[in-house]
Design a protein around this ligand. Structure first.
Ligand code: HEC
Length: 198
């Protein structure tokens, strides 16, 4: 091999090595400052989605009572979060271990890990923001706790026959035959926001 060919060969191998190492690092590691950016952006999107849902549910309860608002949530909860998703070009979901809508179940390993971590954060008063970012392959997911934050939630997620009116219970049963989302008390972990970041 001439010196020139040897040099070119070495350069090619060198470049390949550097590229491989650099790409590998990119896929595996998220820098601390990137993580902080995802946390800030995720938090702001989740807060906005929460505000829009709450505003609409409160309005529906005022107009149609809790039973009528169940129908409202059945039709509009997903499209409302989808509209926020579209605005920010992310994918927004709400998940729970005791889900009402079958589409909100915790299934993937990443979801299970996030749920465990958030459950632990709920018990830790030192952790103010109950949120985290996880990476799965090249995808980044933001998760944030949804506590059962106010008494109004109990009229649809509280104890059957105690907090939930019979007609509300009937509406829930007819729309969600496999409902698991009752029996909660104030402050408990009701679910999590899951946002697939861009
Ligand atoms: C008027 C009844 C009603 C009230 C009040 C209500 N919810 Fe719900 N909630 C529902 C219904 C119906 C669904 C299923 C929505 C769907 O089909 O996507 C739901 C779904 C959810 C979910 C998604 C996970 C799942 O179980 O499918 C979370 C989280 C949640 N509610 C939290 C809350 C919190 C927190 C409050 C109080 C701020 C609240 N809800 C108040 C009726 C209600």
């Amino acid at each position: 091999m001439s010196v020139r060919v040897r040099f070119i060969t070495l350069s090619v191998i060198g470049t390949l090595l550097i590229t491989t190492v650099a790409c590998k690092n990119n896929a595996e590691l998220m820098s601390e400052s990137q993580r902080q950016e995802y946390l800030t952006e995720g938090d702001s999107i989740a807060t906005e989605a929460q505000r829009i849902l709450l505003m609409n549910v409160s309005q529906a309860i005022q107009n149609a009572g809790p039973a009528g608002a169940v129908d409202f949530c059945n039709v509009h909860a997903m499209p409302l979060t989808d509209s926020v998703s579209a605005m920010h070009k992310v994918n927004i979901q709400r998940l729970s271990d005791k889900n009402r809508n079958p589409e909100n179940a915790i299934i993937s390993e990443t979801d299970k890990e996030a749920w465990l971590q958030i459950k632990t954060m709920m018990k830790d008063t030192a952790v103010k923001q109950k949120q985290l970012v996880l990476q799965q392959g090249s995808s980044i997911y933001y998760y944030k706790a949804i506590p059962l934050g106010m008494p109004a939630c109990l009229s649809c997620h509280g104890v059957k026959g105690e907090n939930i009116l019979p007609e509300t219970q009937q509406a829930i049963n007819s729309k969600y035959p496999d409902d698991k989302a009752t029996g909660y008390s104030i402050g408990e972990l009701r679910g999590v926001w899951k946002i697939k970041m861009n």
